[in-house]
Design a protein around this ligand. Structure first.
Ligand SMILES: [Zn+2]
Length: 118
């Protein structure tokens, strides 16, 4: 299909960050955190997740689709840990699985448009 000169696609904007998300074990709170707070265990990260407080922390420097990707990445950690599977994966595989699912969730939110609306 040809586009007329001057026509544009409508950009798909990421949904607003919710204050919490539902899970099978109750709501998980979502908070923003500084890069320093996220690296307090010695490992830099864009986000993390703590099982006993049911809290996902996301770096306050993230926005747009990268923020959504990190949210879904941490959400995948939640789902796998709640299911008792997280400790069954070698760390590098667990992170790759979380990234793969997060990427699929972001692509779904973007209506399968890939980079068309970056
Ligand atoms: Zn991770």
């Amino acid at each position: 299909m040809k586009r007329r000169a001057g026509s544009r696609t409508t950009a798909v904007r990421p949904p607003a960050l919710p204050p919490s998300i539902p899970t099978s074990l109750g709501r998980v709170r979502i908070v923003r955190a500084t890069k320093e707070a996220l690296a307090s265990d010695g490992t830099p990260a864009y986000g993390d997740w703590e099982w006993h407080t049911r809290t996902i922390r996301l770096w306050d420097g993230l926005k747009g689709w990268p923020l959504r990707q990190v949210l879904w990445h941490e959400w995948t950690h939640v789902v796998l840990q709640d299911a008792g599977l997280a400790d069954e994966f070698p760390h590098v595989i667990l992170e790759a699985v979380c990234d793969a699912i997060a990427n699929a969730m972001v692509l779904r939110e973007r209506g399968g448009r890939g980079s068309d609306d970056l």
